[in-house]
Design a protein around this ligand. Sequence first.
Ligand SMILES: C[S@@+](CC[C@H](N)C(=O)[O-])C[C@H]1O[C@@H](n2cnc3c(N)ncnc32)[C@H](O)[C@@H]1O
Length: 207
Amino acid sequence: MSDDHYFSARPASADERRTISVRLADTDLTLETAPGVFSPGHVDTGTRVLLRTVPDPSGRVLDLGCGWGPITLTAALRSPDATITAVDVNERALDLLCRNVERANAVAPLAPIVAAVPDAVPDDARFDVIWSNPPIRIGKEALHELLMKWLPRLAPGGVAYLVVQKNLGADSLATWLADTGEGTGGWGAVQKVASAKGFRVLRVDAR
Ligand SMILES: C[S@@+](CC[C@H](N)C(=O)[O-])C[C@H]1O[C@@H](n2cnc3c(N)ncnc32)[C@H](O)[C@@H]1O
């Protein structure tokens, strides 16, 4: 697999940083991005659909596949009493996320944020809320593996919201989630809670 994917651990493209202006949780921010990470020029449309749909999170929040940080920062701005864990395999993305946390923190109070590669999160960590624009392009098998690793970590009463493009398989993923949750007991009900701009938001309840 090429090192140029946004989900490479160390993207091959030059790490040329630049700033972009974005508005997250009603807050104007100047944030850092770079090539080799997902949607470096703007907040992705699917991410925007997710952020418009989800209620304010509370408790232990996981941003699964955080990229340069739009979901993490929105959660941290909207719920300063929450604690956020931001994970990604892409080390450049994690570095950008940390810089963007510093930038946002200078503008508004943020919830505490821990940024980590997935293997650095303890196996017994549990989450009340998972928000994710998951990496569909890693392939179906790897995506299923990823979801089977993290969705069972929802605490009782917890809820995950995933945004998926319709033409990249949102409906078949919803079917797989419902069948696999029921079959393995790893998680509970699956619902389609929003549909906009070619994306669906799926809600998955804890088992
Ligand atoms: C579609 S992007 C979303 C990025 C960001 N949350 C956003 O909304 O702009 C998915 C992210 O998942 C990351 N990713 C890929 N495989 C992963 C894995 N196994 N564990 C955690 N993150 C992963 C990618 O590097 C990428 O940053």
